[in-house]
Design a protein around this ligand. Structure first.
Ligand SMILES: [Zn+2]
Length: 597
Protein backbone atom coordinates (compact mmCIF):
# COMPACT_ATOMS: atom_id res chain seq x y z
CA UNK A 1 0.00 0.00 0.00
CA UNK A 2 1.20 3.48 -0.75
CA UNK A 3 2.55 5.55 2.10
CA UNK A 4 -0.14 7.86 3.53
CA UNK A 5 0.55 11.50 2.78
CA UNK A 6 1.62 13.06 6.06
CA UNK A 7 2.44 16.43 7.52
CA UNK A 8 6.12 17.13 7.32
CA UNK A 9 6.66 17.14 11.07
CA UNK A 10 5.14 13.65 11.30
CA UNK A 11 8.03 12.21 9.30
CA UNK A 12 11.04 10.76 11.07
CA UNK A 13 13.99 13.17 10.56
CA UNK A 14 16.07 10.24 9.28
CA UNK A 15 14.01 10.42 6.10
CA UNK A 16 14.30 14.16 5.64
CA UNK A 17 17.30 15.85 4.10
CA UNK A 18 19.48 17.86 6.41
CA UNK A 19 19.87 21.39 5.06
CA UNK A 20 21.89 22.31 8.17
CA UNK A 21 24.85 20.90 6.21
CA UNK A 22 24.54 24.09 4.12
CA UNK A 23 23.54 26.61 6.80
CA UNK A 24 22.73 25.84 10.46
CA UNK A 25 19.84 28.35 10.37
CA UNK A 26 18.00 30.91 8.27
CA UNK A 27 19.96 33.57 10.19
CA UNK A 28 23.27 32.10 9.04
CA UNK A 29 21.90 32.08 5.50
CA UNK A 30 20.92 35.74 5.86
CA UNK A 31 24.41 36.68 7.05
CA UNK A 32 26.01 35.04 4.00
CA UNK A 33 23.40 36.63 1.79
CA UNK A 34 24.23 40.12 3.11
CA UNK A 35 27.96 39.54 2.67
CA UNK A 36 27.57 38.59 -1.00
CA UNK A 37 24.99 41.23 -1.79
CA UNK A 38 27.63 43.75 -0.62
CA UNK A 39 30.04 42.38 -3.25
CA UNK A 40 27.89 43.45 -6.17
CA UNK A 41 29.50 46.91 -6.58
CA UNK A 42 32.93 45.21 -6.58
CA UNK A 43 31.92 43.05 -9.54
CA UNK A 44 30.28 45.92 -11.37
CA UNK A 45 33.39 48.06 -10.94
CA UNK A 46 35.30 45.94 -13.48
CA UNK A 47 32.81 46.77 -16.21
CA UNK A 48 34.76 48.15 -19.16
CA UNK A 49 38.13 47.12 -17.68
CA UNK A 50 38.32 43.38 -18.44
CA UNK A 51 41.12 43.68 -21.00
CA UNK A 52 43.30 45.49 -18.42
CA UNK A 53 43.31 42.43 -16.16
CA UNK A 54 41.36 39.56 -17.73
CA UNK A 55 42.71 36.99 -15.25
CA UNK A 56 41.33 38.88 -12.29
CA UNK A 57 38.00 39.46 -14.02
CA UNK A 58 37.58 35.77 -14.81
CA UNK A 59 38.62 34.66 -11.33
CA UNK A 60 36.23 37.10 -9.65
CA UNK A 61 33.33 35.98 -11.83
CA UNK A 62 33.79 32.29 -11.06
CA UNK A 63 34.48 32.87 -7.40
CA UNK A 64 31.20 34.74 -7.05
CA UNK A 65 29.29 32.06 -8.94
CA UNK A 66 30.66 29.41 -6.61
CA UNK A 67 30.03 31.39 -3.43
CA UNK A 68 26.42 32.28 -4.17
CA UNK A 69 25.52 28.70 -5.04
CA UNK A 70 24.88 27.66 -1.38
CA UNK A 71 22.72 30.77 -0.90
CA UNK A 72 20.62 29.83 -3.87
CA UNK A 73 20.50 26.07 -3.26
CA UNK A 74 19.55 26.39 0.41
CA UNK A 75 16.63 28.67 -0.41
CA UNK A 76 15.54 26.54 -3.36
CA UNK A 77 15.69 23.24 -1.47
CA UNK A 78 14.06 24.67 1.63
CA UNK A 79 11.02 25.67 -0.42
CA UNK A 80 10.79 22.33 -2.28
CA UNK A 81 9.67 20.49 0.83
CA UNK A 82 7.37 23.25 2.07
CA UNK A 83 5.81 25.08 -0.84
CA UNK A 84 3.14 26.69 1.35
CA UNK A 85 5.64 28.17 3.83
CA UNK A 86 5.83 31.97 3.30
CA UNK A 87 9.29 32.17 4.95
CA UNK A 88 10.67 29.63 2.48
CA UNK A 89 9.04 31.52 -0.37
CA UNK A 90 10.58 34.80 0.80
CA UNK A 91 14.05 33.22 1.02
CA UNK A 92 13.75 31.85 -2.47
CA UNK A 93 12.56 35.18 -3.90
CA UNK A 94 15.48 36.95 -2.25
CA UNK A 95 17.98 34.39 -3.54
CA UNK A 96 16.59 34.67 -7.07
CA UNK A 97 16.88 38.45 -6.91
CA UNK A 98 20.49 38.18 -5.76
CA UNK A 99 21.30 35.77 -8.59
CA UNK A 100 19.75 38.14 -11.14
CA UNK A 101 21.60 41.15 -9.69
CA UNK A 102 24.95 39.37 -9.71
CA UNK A 103 24.49 38.05 -13.21
CA UNK A 104 23.46 41.52 -14.44
CA UNK A 105 26.44 43.09 -12.66
CA UNK A 106 28.83 40.63 -14.33
CA UNK A 107 27.19 40.52 -17.76
CA UNK A 108 30.05 42.51 -19.32
CA UNK A 109 32.62 39.73 -18.83
CA UNK A 110 31.93 37.52 -21.81
CA UNK A 111 31.41 40.29 -24.41
CA UNK A 112 34.57 42.06 -23.23
CA UNK A 113 36.61 38.84 -23.37
CA UNK A 114 35.21 38.08 -26.82
CA UNK A 115 36.19 41.56 -27.97
CA UNK A 116 39.85 40.80 -27.20
CA UNK A 117 42.27 39.59 -29.88
CA UNK A 118 42.06 35.91 -30.70
CA UNK A 119 45.83 35.55 -30.18
CA UNK A 120 45.54 37.10 -26.75
CA UNK A 121 42.66 34.82 -25.76
CA UNK A 122 44.58 31.79 -26.99
CA UNK A 123 47.56 32.86 -24.89
CA UNK A 124 45.27 33.22 -21.89
CA UNK A 125 43.78 29.76 -22.44
CA UNK A 126 47.29 28.26 -22.46
CA UNK A 127 48.56 30.21 -19.46
CA UNK A 128 49.38 27.71 -16.65
CA UNK A 129 47.98 30.20 -14.12
CA UNK A 130 44.61 29.91 -15.87
CA UNK A 131 44.54 26.11 -15.94
CA UNK A 132 41.31 25.96 -13.93
CA UNK A 133 39.64 28.13 -16.56
CA UNK A 134 40.96 26.48 -19.72
CA UNK A 135 37.65 24.75 -20.50
CA UNK A 136 35.77 28.05 -20.17
CA UNK A 137 38.27 29.81 -22.41
CA UNK A 138 38.19 26.92 -24.88
CA UNK A 139 34.44 27.28 -25.46
CA UNK A 140 34.78 31.05 -25.53
CA UNK A 141 37.32 30.77 -28.35
CA UNK A 142 35.01 28.38 -30.13
CA UNK A 143 32.24 31.01 -30.04
CA UNK A 144 34.46 33.89 -31.09
CA UNK A 145 33.92 33.50 -34.85
CA UNK A 146 30.17 33.48 -34.15
CA UNK A 147 30.11 36.63 -32.07
CA UNK A 148 29.16 39.95 -33.64
CA UNK A 149 30.23 43.43 -32.69
CA UNK A 150 29.10 44.76 -29.33
CA UNK A 151 26.47 47.01 -30.96
CA UNK A 152 25.10 44.19 -33.10
CA UNK A 153 24.89 41.79 -30.15
CA UNK A 154 23.13 44.50 -28.15
CA UNK A 155 20.61 44.98 -30.91
CA UNK A 156 19.90 41.24 -31.00
CA UNK A 157 19.63 41.11 -27.21
CA UNK A 158 17.06 43.91 -27.34
CA UNK A 159 14.92 41.60 -29.49
CA UNK A 160 15.08 38.95 -26.76
CA UNK A 161 11.47 39.13 -25.72
CA UNK A 162 10.30 39.03 -29.34
CA UNK A 163 12.50 36.00 -29.96
CA UNK A 164 10.88 34.25 -27.01
CA UNK A 165 7.37 35.10 -28.21
CA UNK A 166 6.62 31.86 -30.12
CA UNK A 167 7.33 29.78 -27.03
CA UNK A 168 5.31 32.16 -24.82
CA UNK A 169 2.34 32.13 -27.22
CA UNK A 170 2.45 28.34 -27.50
CA UNK A 171 2.47 28.00 -23.71
CA UNK A 172 -0.39 30.45 -23.24
CA UNK A 173 -2.48 28.75 -25.90
CA UNK A 174 -1.94 25.18 -24.75
CA UNK A 175 -1.78 25.68 -21.00
CA UNK A 176 -4.42 28.36 -20.52
CA UNK A 177 -6.77 28.86 -23.47
CA UNK A 178 -7.16 25.43 -25.02
CA UNK A 179 -9.77 23.09 -23.58
CA UNK A 180 -9.84 19.41 -24.43
CA UNK A 181 -13.19 17.60 -24.85
CA UNK A 182 -13.93 15.32 -21.84
CA UNK A 183 -13.85 11.53 -21.93
CA UNK A 184 -17.26 9.86 -21.66
CA UNK A 185 -17.15 6.63 -19.70
CA UNK A 186 -19.44 3.65 -20.33
CA UNK A 187 -21.47 4.43 -17.20
CA UNK A 188 -22.38 7.85 -18.61
CA UNK A 189 -20.01 9.88 -16.42
CA UNK A 190 -17.49 12.31 -17.86
CA UNK A 191 -13.81 12.68 -17.03
CA UNK A 192 -11.98 15.91 -17.62
CA UNK A 193 -9.08 15.52 -20.09
CA UNK A 194 -5.99 17.71 -19.78
CA UNK A 195 -2.38 17.50 -20.97
CA UNK A 196 -1.62 16.73 -17.32
CA UNK A 197 -3.76 13.59 -17.09
CA UNK A 198 -3.49 12.43 -20.72
CA UNK A 199 -0.70 10.06 -19.78
CA UNK A 200 -2.94 8.22 -17.29
CA UNK A 201 -5.72 7.79 -19.88
CA UNK A 202 -3.43 6.69 -22.72
CA UNK A 203 -2.08 3.94 -20.40
CA UNK A 204 -5.63 2.78 -19.59
CA UNK A 205 -6.52 -0.90 -19.84
CA UNK A 206 -9.93 0.24 -21.12
CA UNK A 207 -9.44 0.59 -24.85
CA UNK A 208 -12.36 2.95 -25.32
CA UNK A 209 -10.89 5.32 -22.72
CA UNK A 210 -7.51 5.49 -24.43
CA UNK A 211 -9.11 5.79 -27.86
CA UNK A 212 -11.15 8.78 -26.72
CA UNK A 213 -8.19 10.36 -24.95
CA UNK A 214 -6.14 10.09 -28.15
CA UNK A 215 -8.87 11.27 -30.51
CA UNK A 216 -10.09 14.11 -28.31
CA UNK A 217 -6.60 15.40 -27.70
CA UNK A 218 -5.41 15.25 -31.30
CA UNK A 219 -8.66 16.76 -32.63
CA UNK A 220 -8.43 19.68 -30.22
CA UNK A 221 -4.93 20.44 -31.50
CA UNK A 222 -5.99 19.99 -35.12
CA UNK A 223 -8.58 22.74 -34.63
CA UNK A 224 -5.81 25.10 -33.52
CA UNK A 225 -3.56 23.93 -36.35
CA UNK A 226 -3.22 27.20 -38.27
CA UNK A 227 -2.37 29.15 -35.13
CA UNK A 228 0.16 26.59 -33.92
CA UNK A 229 1.74 26.28 -37.38
CA UNK A 230 2.10 30.06 -37.46
CA UNK A 231 3.67 30.04 -34.01
CA UNK A 232 6.02 27.19 -34.85
CA UNK A 233 6.94 28.79 -38.17
CA UNK A 234 7.97 31.93 -36.26
CA UNK A 235 10.07 29.82 -33.91
CA UNK A 236 11.87 28.04 -36.77
CA UNK A 237 12.45 31.37 -38.55
CA UNK A 238 13.93 32.76 -35.34
CA UNK A 239 16.32 29.77 -35.14
CA UNK A 240 17.24 30.38 -38.76
CA UNK A 241 17.81 34.11 -38.19
CA UNK A 242 19.98 33.52 -35.12
CA UNK A 243 22.05 30.95 -37.03
CA UNK A 244 22.46 33.12 -40.15
CA UNK A 245 23.32 36.26 -38.26
CA UNK A 246 25.97 34.44 -36.18
CA UNK A 247 27.60 32.82 -39.23
CA UNK A 248 26.47 29.27 -38.67
CA UNK A 249 25.74 27.04 -41.66
CA UNK A 250 22.40 25.94 -40.20
CA UNK A 251 20.17 26.20 -37.14
CA UNK A 252 21.25 22.71 -36.17
CA UNK A 253 24.90 23.67 -36.27
CA UNK A 254 24.12 26.73 -34.18
CA UNK A 255 22.52 24.49 -31.54
CA UNK A 256 25.19 21.77 -31.52
CA UNK A 257 28.53 23.48 -32.18
CA UNK A 258 28.59 25.60 -28.99
CA UNK A 259 28.08 22.38 -26.99
CA UNK A 260 30.99 20.83 -28.91
CA UNK A 261 28.82 18.05 -30.35
CA UNK A 262 29.67 17.06 -33.94
CA UNK A 263 26.63 16.89 -36.21
CA UNK A 264 27.45 13.29 -37.15
CA UNK A 265 26.09 12.35 -33.72
CA UNK A 266 22.63 13.46 -34.88
CA UNK A 267 22.86 11.86 -38.31
CA UNK A 268 24.26 8.58 -36.97
CA UNK A 269 21.46 8.39 -34.45
CA UNK A 270 18.78 8.74 -37.13
CA UNK A 271 20.40 6.29 -39.52
CA UNK A 272 21.00 3.57 -36.91
CA UNK A 273 17.48 3.94 -35.52
CA UNK A 274 16.17 3.45 -39.08
CA UNK A 275 18.31 0.34 -39.40
CA UNK A 276 16.49 -1.08 -36.37
CA UNK A 277 12.91 -0.15 -37.34
CA UNK A 278 12.27 -3.81 -38.26
CA UNK A 279 13.02 -4.71 -34.62
CA UNK A 280 10.57 -2.03 -33.48
CA UNK A 281 7.99 -3.62 -35.83
CA UNK A 282 8.71 -6.97 -34.25
CA UNK A 283 8.06 -5.48 -30.82
CA UNK A 284 4.81 -3.93 -32.05
CA UNK A 285 3.64 -7.28 -33.50
CA UNK A 286 4.30 -8.91 -30.13
CA UNK A 287 2.36 -6.08 -28.46
CA UNK A 288 -0.57 -6.62 -30.81
CA UNK A 289 -0.57 -10.38 -30.05
CA UNK A 290 -0.37 -9.92 -26.30
CA UNK A 291 -3.15 -7.33 -26.27
CA UNK A 292 -5.18 -9.72 -28.47
CA UNK A 293 -6.05 -7.00 -30.99
CA UNK A 294 -7.07 -7.43 -34.63
CA UNK A 295 -5.52 -4.13 -35.41
CA UNK A 296 -2.93 -2.20 -33.42
CA UNK A 297 -3.76 1.50 -33.27
CA UNK A 298 -1.49 4.32 -32.21
CA UNK A 299 -3.51 4.64 -29.00
CA UNK A 300 -2.60 1.04 -28.12
CA UNK A 301 1.10 1.73 -27.79
CA UNK A 302 1.29 2.73 -24.13
CA UNK A 303 -0.91 0.27 -22.24
CA UNK A 304 1.12 -2.41 -20.40
CA UNK A 305 1.17 -5.64 -22.39
CA UNK A 306 0.85 -7.92 -19.39
CA UNK A 307 -1.11 -8.13 -16.19
CA UNK A 308 -0.07 -5.63 -13.62
CA UNK A 309 2.62 -6.72 -11.24
CA UNK A 310 2.94 -5.08 -7.90
CA UNK A 311 5.53 -5.56 -5.27
CA UNK A 312 5.48 -3.93 -1.86
CA UNK A 313 8.88 -2.32 -1.49
CA UNK A 314 9.43 -0.10 1.55
CA UNK A 315 12.23 2.44 1.26
CA UNK A 316 14.85 0.48 3.20
CA UNK A 317 14.32 -2.59 1.03
CA UNK A 318 14.22 -0.54 -2.14
CA UNK A 319 17.52 1.06 -1.19
CA UNK A 320 19.09 -2.33 -0.49
CA UNK A 321 17.92 -3.48 -3.90
CA UNK A 322 19.59 -0.42 -5.46
CA UNK A 323 22.84 -1.22 -3.62
CA UNK A 324 22.74 -4.77 -4.93
CA UNK A 325 21.86 -3.67 -8.45
CA UNK A 326 24.69 -1.16 -8.53
CA UNK A 327 27.28 -3.46 -6.95
CA UNK A 328 29.22 -3.70 -10.28
CA UNK A 329 30.14 -0.02 -9.71
CA UNK A 330 32.58 -0.96 -6.97
CA UNK A 331 32.78 -0.62 -3.19
CA UNK A 332 33.70 3.08 -3.02
CA UNK A 333 30.68 3.98 -5.15
CA UNK A 334 28.42 1.91 -2.89
CA UNK A 335 29.96 3.48 0.20
CA UNK A 336 28.98 6.91 -1.13
CA UNK A 337 25.42 5.73 -1.71
CA UNK A 338 25.22 4.52 1.89
CA UNK A 339 26.66 7.82 3.05
CA UNK A 340 23.94 9.63 1.08
CA UNK A 341 21.29 7.53 2.82
CA UNK A 342 22.74 7.60 6.33
CA UNK A 343 23.82 11.23 6.37
CA UNK A 344 20.48 12.57 5.18
CA UNK A 345 21.27 13.79 1.69
CA UNK A 346 17.86 12.41 0.68
CA UNK A 347 14.31 13.61 1.32
CA UNK A 348 12.37 10.39 1.00
CA UNK A 349 8.62 10.56 1.50
CA UNK A 350 5.81 12.69 0.10
CA UNK A 351 4.42 15.19 2.59
CA UNK A 352 1.85 17.96 2.48
CA UNK A 353 3.22 20.95 0.57
CA UNK A 354 6.23 19.09 -0.84
CA UNK A 355 6.94 19.21 -4.59
CA UNK A 356 6.03 16.12 -6.59
CA UNK A 357 8.44 14.06 -8.69
CA UNK A 358 12.11 13.53 -8.02
CA UNK A 359 15.40 15.31 -8.70
CA UNK A 360 19.02 15.53 -7.71
CA UNK A 361 20.57 18.92 -6.89
CA UNK A 362 24.28 18.62 -7.56
CA UNK A 363 25.60 22.17 -7.67
CA UNK A 364 26.72 22.36 -4.06
CA UNK A 365 30.44 21.77 -4.39
CA UNK A 366 31.18 22.79 -0.84
CA UNK A 367 28.61 20.42 0.69
CA UNK A 368 27.22 17.38 -1.18
CA UNK A 369 24.39 16.65 -3.61
CA UNK A 370 20.82 16.48 -2.32
CA UNK A 371 18.06 14.22 -3.64
CA UNK A 372 14.31 14.76 -3.50
CA UNK A 373 12.14 11.65 -3.79
CA UNK A 374 8.47 10.86 -3.31
CA UNK A 375 8.93 7.23 -2.42
CA UNK A 376 5.84 5.16 -3.11
CA UNK A 377 6.86 1.69 -1.83
CA UNK A 378 7.01 0.07 -5.26
CA UNK A 379 9.53 -1.06 -7.85
CA UNK A 380 9.22 2.12 -9.94
CA UNK A 381 10.30 4.07 -6.86
CA UNK A 382 13.38 1.84 -6.57
CA UNK A 383 14.32 2.70 -10.17
CA UNK A 384 13.89 6.37 -9.25
CA UNK A 385 16.37 6.01 -6.37
CA UNK A 386 18.93 4.46 -8.73
CA UNK A 387 18.28 7.17 -11.34
CA UNK A 388 18.56 10.19 -9.04
CA UNK A 389 21.58 8.82 -7.21
CA UNK A 390 23.19 8.37 -10.63
CA UNK A 391 22.91 12.14 -11.12
CA UNK A 392 24.20 12.73 -7.59
CA UNK A 393 27.26 10.52 -8.04
CA UNK A 394 28.07 12.17 -11.36
CA UNK A 395 27.95 15.54 -9.58
CA UNK A 396 29.87 14.24 -6.59
CA UNK A 397 32.78 12.82 -8.62
CA UNK A 398 32.99 15.83 -10.94
CA UNK A 399 32.75 18.27 -8.02
CA UNK A 400 35.48 16.58 -6.03
CA UNK A 401 37.85 15.88 -8.94
CA UNK A 402 37.54 19.15 -10.87
CA UNK A 403 37.96 22.80 -9.95
CA UNK A 404 34.69 24.76 -9.92
CA UNK A 405 34.90 26.16 -13.47
CA UNK A 406 35.27 22.62 -14.87
CA UNK A 407 32.85 20.68 -12.67
CA UNK A 408 29.53 21.21 -14.45
CA UNK A 409 28.87 18.36 -16.85
CA UNK A 410 27.37 18.99 -20.28
CA UNK A 411 23.71 18.71 -21.18
CA UNK A 412 24.73 16.03 -23.68
CA UNK A 413 25.74 13.63 -20.89
CA UNK A 414 23.27 14.87 -18.27
CA UNK A 415 21.08 11.73 -18.36
CA UNK A 416 23.84 9.18 -18.97
CA UNK A 417 24.86 8.39 -15.39
CA UNK A 418 21.25 8.24 -14.21
CA UNK A 419 19.98 5.93 -16.96
CA UNK A 420 23.13 3.79 -16.78
CA UNK A 421 22.20 3.08 -13.16
CA UNK A 422 18.67 2.17 -14.24
CA UNK A 423 20.05 -0.18 -16.89
CA UNK A 424 22.29 -1.89 -14.31
CA UNK A 425 19.31 -2.25 -11.96
CA UNK A 426 17.28 -3.73 -14.79
CA UNK A 427 19.95 -6.35 -15.48
CA UNK A 428 20.20 -7.25 -11.82
CA UNK A 429 16.42 -7.58 -11.38
CA UNK A 430 16.01 -9.64 -14.55
CA UNK A 431 18.71 -11.91 -13.21
CA UNK A 432 17.18 -12.33 -9.75
CA UNK A 433 13.39 -11.98 -10.07
CA UNK A 434 12.59 -15.10 -12.02
CA UNK A 435 8.80 -15.34 -11.63
CA UNK A 436 7.04 -14.95 -14.95
CA UNK A 437 4.97 -11.91 -13.87
CA UNK A 438 8.05 -10.06 -12.62
CA UNK A 439 10.00 -10.83 -15.79
CA UNK A 440 7.14 -9.67 -18.00
CA UNK A 441 6.74 -6.47 -15.99
CA UNK A 442 10.46 -5.66 -16.14
CA UNK A 443 10.80 -6.44 -19.83
CA UNK A 444 7.71 -4.36 -20.64
CA UNK A 445 9.25 -1.46 -18.70
CA UNK A 446 12.57 -1.78 -20.58
CA UNK A 447 10.93 -2.15 -24.01
CA UNK A 448 8.83 0.95 -23.43
CA UNK A 449 11.90 2.88 -22.33
CA UNK A 450 13.51 2.04 -25.67
CA UNK A 451 10.38 2.83 -27.67
CA UNK A 452 9.54 6.13 -25.99
CA UNK A 453 13.10 7.40 -25.54
CA UNK A 454 15.16 6.01 -28.44
CA UNK A 455 12.56 5.67 -31.19
CA UNK A 456 10.05 8.39 -30.36
CA UNK A 457 12.61 11.08 -29.49
CA UNK A 458 14.61 10.25 -32.62
CA UNK A 459 11.43 10.66 -34.66
CA UNK A 460 11.01 14.09 -33.03
CA UNK A 461 14.63 14.91 -33.83
CA UNK A 462 13.99 13.93 -37.43
CA UNK A 463 10.92 16.18 -37.55
CA UNK A 464 12.98 19.13 -36.31
CA UNK A 465 15.60 18.45 -38.96
CA UNK A 466 12.91 18.31 -41.67
CA UNK A 467 11.13 21.49 -40.58
CA UNK A 468 14.35 23.49 -40.34
CA UNK A 469 15.56 22.15 -43.71
CA UNK A 470 12.22 23.17 -45.24
CA UNK A 471 12.62 26.68 -43.86
CA UNK A 472 16.18 26.90 -45.13
CA UNK A 473 15.01 25.87 -48.61
CA UNK A 474 12.21 28.41 -48.56
CA UNK A 475 9.40 25.85 -48.36
CA UNK A 476 6.47 27.39 -46.39
CA UNK A 477 5.83 25.86 -42.97
CA UNK A 478 2.06 25.52 -42.80
CA UNK A 479 -0.43 23.35 -40.97
CA UNK A 480 -0.68 21.17 -44.10
CA UNK A 481 3.03 20.86 -44.88
CA UNK A 482 4.09 20.20 -41.28
CA UNK A 483 1.30 17.70 -40.61
CA UNK A 484 2.10 15.87 -43.83
CA UNK A 485 5.76 15.59 -42.84
CA UNK A 486 4.81 14.33 -39.39
CA UNK A 487 2.32 11.78 -40.74
CA UNK A 488 4.97 10.42 -43.09
CA UNK A 489 7.39 9.96 -40.21
CA UNK A 490 4.76 7.98 -38.29
CA UNK A 491 4.19 5.81 -41.33
CA UNK A 492 7.92 5.14 -41.55
CA UNK A 493 8.33 4.34 -37.85
CA UNK A 494 5.10 2.47 -37.07
CA UNK A 495 3.33 1.94 -40.38
CA UNK A 496 4.25 -1.62 -41.16
CA UNK A 497 2.46 -3.02 -38.11
CA UNK A 498 0.25 -0.24 -36.85
CA UNK A 499 -2.86 1.30 -38.28
CA UNK A 500 -1.79 4.93 -38.65
CA UNK A 501 -4.75 6.87 -37.28
CA UNK A 502 -4.93 10.05 -39.37
CA UNK A 503 -5.35 12.18 -36.22
CA UNK A 504 -1.67 11.54 -35.43
CA UNK A 505 -0.75 14.11 -38.11
CA UNK A 506 -1.47 16.82 -35.51
CA UNK A 507 0.68 15.38 -32.73
CA UNK A 508 3.68 17.60 -33.54
CA UNK A 509 1.49 20.53 -32.46
CA UNK A 510 1.60 19.52 -28.80
CA UNK A 511 5.34 19.06 -28.29
CA UNK A 512 6.74 21.95 -26.18
CA UNK A 513 10.33 20.79 -26.77
CA UNK A 514 10.08 21.91 -30.39
CA UNK A 515 10.39 25.50 -29.15
CA UNK A 516 13.87 24.67 -27.97
CA UNK A 517 15.17 23.31 -31.24
CA UNK A 518 17.64 20.44 -31.60
CA UNK A 519 17.56 19.32 -28.03
CA UNK A 520 15.38 16.15 -27.92
CA UNK A 521 18.03 14.00 -29.64
CA UNK A 522 19.96 14.17 -26.37
CA UNK A 523 17.36 11.93 -24.69
CA UNK A 524 17.90 9.25 -27.33
CA UNK A 525 21.69 9.47 -27.45
CA UNK A 526 21.76 9.60 -23.63
CA UNK A 527 19.85 6.33 -23.25
CA UNK A 528 21.89 4.64 -26.00
CA UNK A 529 25.14 5.73 -24.35
CA UNK A 530 23.88 4.56 -20.94
CA UNK A 531 22.79 1.13 -22.19
CA UNK A 532 26.04 0.74 -24.07
CA UNK A 533 28.04 1.68 -20.98
CA UNK A 534 26.06 -0.64 -18.71
CA UNK A 535 26.92 -3.49 -21.08
CA UNK A 536 30.57 -2.53 -20.91
CA UNK A 537 30.50 -2.36 -17.10
CA UNK A 538 28.84 -5.78 -16.82
CA UNK A 539 31.32 -7.46 -19.13
CA UNK A 540 34.48 -5.38 -18.80
CA UNK A 541 35.26 -5.93 -15.13
CA UNK A 542 37.37 -3.55 -13.08
CA UNK A 543 38.96 -1.79 -16.04
CA UNK A 544 35.54 -0.81 -17.39
CA UNK A 545 34.47 0.49 -13.98
CA UNK A 546 37.69 2.50 -13.73
CA UNK A 547 37.06 4.01 -17.17
CA UNK A 548 33.51 4.85 -16.20
CA UNK A 549 34.76 6.58 -13.05
CA UNK A 550 37.00 8.76 -15.25
CA UNK A 551 33.90 9.83 -17.17
CA UNK A 552 31.99 10.62 -13.96
CA UNK A 553 34.95 12.68 -12.76
CA UNK A 554 35.48 14.66 -15.95
CA UNK A 555 32.89 17.42 -15.48
CA UNK A 556 33.31 19.73 -18.46
CA UNK A 557 37.13 19.59 -18.42
CA UNK A 558 36.96 18.01 -21.88
CA UNK A 559 34.21 18.17 -24.55
CA UNK A 560 31.34 15.74 -23.79
CA UNK A 561 32.23 13.36 -26.62
CA UNK A 562 35.76 13.10 -25.18
CA UNK A 563 34.34 12.58 -21.69
CA UNK A 564 32.36 9.57 -22.94
CA UNK A 565 35.45 8.27 -24.73
CA UNK A 566 37.11 8.10 -21.30
CA UNK A 567 34.38 5.61 -20.38
CA UNK A 568 35.12 3.67 -23.55
CA UNK A 569 32.43 4.68 -26.03
CA UNK A 570 32.63 7.02 -29.03
CA UNK A 571 29.27 8.67 -29.66
CA UNK A 572 30.52 10.28 -32.89
CA UNK A 573 30.46 6.73 -34.30
CA UNK A 574 27.33 4.63 -34.88
CA UNK A 575 28.56 1.70 -32.75
CA UNK A 576 27.24 2.71 -29.30
CA UNK A 577 23.74 3.32 -30.72
CA UNK A 578 23.93 -0.01 -32.53
CA UNK A 579 25.04 -1.75 -29.35
CA UNK A 580 22.07 -0.31 -27.46
CA UNK A 581 19.76 -1.40 -30.28
CA UNK A 582 21.14 -4.92 -30.03
CA UNK A 583 20.11 -4.87 -26.35
CA UNK A 584 16.65 -3.78 -27.52
CA UNK A 585 16.54 -6.71 -29.97
CA UNK A 586 17.60 -9.06 -27.18
CA UNK A 587 14.88 -7.62 -24.90
CA UNK A 588 12.17 -8.27 -27.51
CA UNK A 589 13.47 -11.83 -27.82
CA UNK A 590 13.47 -12.30 -24.04
CA UNK A 591 9.90 -10.99 -23.81
CA UNK A 592 8.79 -13.45 -26.50
CA UNK A 593 10.38 -16.26 -24.53
CA UNK A 594 8.76 -15.26 -21.23
CA UNK A 595 5.27 -14.99 -22.69
CA UNK A 596 5.73 -18.00 -25.00
CA UNK A 597 5.00 -16.13 -28.25
ZN1 LIG B 1 17.26 12.40 -14.75
Amino acid sequence: MAEQIRKRDEIDPRYKWNLADIYPSDEAWQADYDAWAAKIPEIAAMNGHVSEDPKKAIRTYFEVQEKISPIFEYAFLRKETDNADPTAQALKDKALRLAVQISAAGAYLEPELLAMDEAELTRLAKDPEMKDYDAYLRTLLLNKPHTLSKEQEQLIAMMGEVAEAPDAIFTALTEADMKLPPIRLADGTEQELTEGNYSTFIHSKDREVRRQAFTNLMTAYEKMGNTIAGTYNASVKKDQFMADSHHFASARQAAMAPLEIPEEVYDNLISVIHEYLPVLQDYLRLRKDLLKLDELHLYDLYVPMTDSFSMELPYEEAFDLVLKGLSPMGEDYLAKLREARDNRWIDVYPSIGKSSGAFSAGDLRSVHPYVLLNHNNNLDSAFTIAHELGHSMHSFYSNTRQPAPKSDYSLFVAEVASTCNEALMMRYLLHTMKEKEAQAYLLNHFLEQFRTTCFRQTMFAEFEKISHDMAQQGIPLTKASLSEAYLKLNQTYYGETCFIDPEIASEWMRIPHFYRAFYVYVYATGLCAAVSLSERIMTGGEAAVRDYREFLSAGCSVPPIEALKLAGIDMSRPEPVRRAMEVFRETVRAMREVVGK
